[in-house]
Design a protein around this ligand. Sequence first.
Ligand code: FA5
Length: 335
Amino acid sequence: MEEKLLKIKNDLIDALNKASREADILNIKSEYVGKKSEIQSILASLKDMSVDDKRKYGSVINNTKKEMEELVNKKLEELENNINISFDDTINYGVKNGSLHPVTIVAKEVTDILKKMGFTIVSGPEMETEYYNFEALNIPKDHPARDMQDTYYLDNGMLLRTQTSDNQIHAMEKYGAPIRICAPGRTFRNEDLDANHENTFFQIEGMVIDIGVSIENLMYVMQSVLREVFKSDINVRLRPGFFPFTEPSYEMDISCVICGGKGCPTCKNAGWIELIGCGMVHPNVLKAGGIDPDVYTGFAFGIGLTRLAMMKYKINDIRVLNSGDIRYLEKFDIK
Ligand code: FA5
């Protein structure tokens, strides 16, 4: 019996010496100490032995099984320790963290500021009807203002919206008055591209309609947004503008941060970058939205988010932002 037990144990040791993978060791464990192993059947045969044999072999069989189990466990432990030693966590795999796009960052900043002032965020379709993009905004067919915003007309009779102002009508129809909404989104124009004009850019629309809303309210919101986005004093200039959907209308320019207002290719030597169109909502637009202009007044604004990102992060050419080339974007100080 002792010889038989010694042989089984030595066979196990030989098998373990040859094994290097966890799966092999587990197979050996099952073969040598598992339920159907030889040592297990020897152990089971104890119950049929005479009392003398039980006394003689009982402990040696049990001890051998225990030793064999320990040998297997020790081998498994060794393997585990080796794996830990060979793992080098100092290796630099060269993985870079991604970041939000500069336009996404400013869009979030502006919507966060407006949300705190009670604005609800809404969104409208990028593929739009002529009615919502022009007609309902007091720009009938053949009106010269359509030339200021030429766009891409689609085979299905729709167009790519030129402005987020389409949201003004959608929101009035949906929510009525009083109302306080903002709508960030992508806009399209058939433009000659240059350092501050893209054919695909982002705007955020804002509109407040209530009883007694005035130009002062509009100016307060614009000032608050710009102050919080730039976190410092910036030079802003307000000048009369023309939009058929607001009366009076204004344009708000920001002193070019690339040249400090001296004049450069980004601002086309003007020293200023046009950033916002705004004004008091025209009575015809209120009517188109189903709101009584004799009861309610409102203001609206459209901020060029892509230009805002340029000014915030000192990006001197707007085309970089749609290029998808992170080598350019990495050059700017975006945190
Ligand atoms: C409008 O689009 C009006 N819908 C704004 C408005 C809303 C007025 C509500 C009144 C009431 P404008 O065409 O000026 O206006 O564009 C608004 C802003 O979008 C510009 O000041 C500028 O910051 C940005 N923008 C306009 N065209 C481009 C372009 N081609 N590339 C990049 N940004 C542009």
